[in-house]
Design a protein around this ligand. Structure first.
Ligand SMILES: Cc1cc2nc3c(=O)[nH]c(=O)nc-3n(C[C@H](O)[C@H](O)[C@H](O)COP(=O)(O)O)c2cc1C
Length: 192
């Protein structure tokens, strides 16, 4: 069993990284294997709504999206973390979510003219969402986590826990927040 940690923050060793790593630690304590990726290490161009992925599930842009999608498909569980940037997730995280939504959801019409949404793949994976911010307040963090839930919904990933916190500012602040670290570790133990 492999758990994939996806870090949407460009700040390595920052608060998102600390919390995603803590979830992975919890999963490893139960015998899971782990892989951690930083979206900022990959090149991903934003979705252009060209529609080519609708028939293949594959993005035609010359970037790393298909590689990340393969990693997501191969993993048994996903941990997705992003800090709040300007009241939403980071650009790196949003590009991934948009491209999953475009390529993995098929929109069609029923005979009575209604719009039908179906998934290209059903994954039956478990997952944890991590979203943290500084001064905007917990409601903004919750709202941003809602954007991340789109990815879990599109891939039918069961959300085991959402780790939400604010008042995390400097790199390493998450290490001082023992309850949130504990919540993250426990969430990881439930990913098996
Ligand atoms: C460009 C930028 C925009 C930000 N916007 C917000 C915001 O709208 N609301 C908020 O609460 N925090 C905001 N923050 C603060 C980060 O969410 C916070 O510092 C977080 O701990 C960073 O996580 P990291 O250490 O994983 O990078 C912003 C930070 C940056 C760099």
């Amino acid at each position: 069993m492999k758990v994939l940690g996806i870090i949407g923050s460009p700040r390595k060793g920052g608060n998102t990284d600390i919390l995603v790593s803590e979830v992975l630690k919890g999963a490893v304590s139960k015998g899971a294997q782990q892989e951690k990726i930083y979206l900022d290490d990959f090149q991903m161009f934003p979705c252009k709504t060209c529609g080519k992925c609708k028939t293949t599930g594959i993005c035609i842009q010359p970037d790393d999206f298909n590689l990340i999608l393969e990693k997501i498909k191969e993993a048994s569980a996903i941990v997705l973390g992003s800090p709040v940037y300007c009241k939403t997730v980071t650009a790196q995280t949003k590009i991934l979510i948009d491209k999953i939504d475009s390529s993995q959801i098929i929109v069609s019409s029923t005979s009575d003219g209604k719009t039908k949404f179906s998934r290209r793949i059903r994954t039956n994976k478990k997952g944890v969402i991590i979203c943290i911010g500084d001064l905007s307040g917990l409601n903004t963090v919750k709202q941003s986590a809602g954007v991340m839930r789109c990815l879990f919904r599109d891939l039918s990933i069961e959300v085991i826990d959402e780790i939400l916190a604010n008042k995390l500012s400097e790199k390493g602040d998450a290490l001082k927040n023992k309850p949130i670290l504990q919540q993250a570790f426990i969430a990881g133990t439930k990913l098996r």
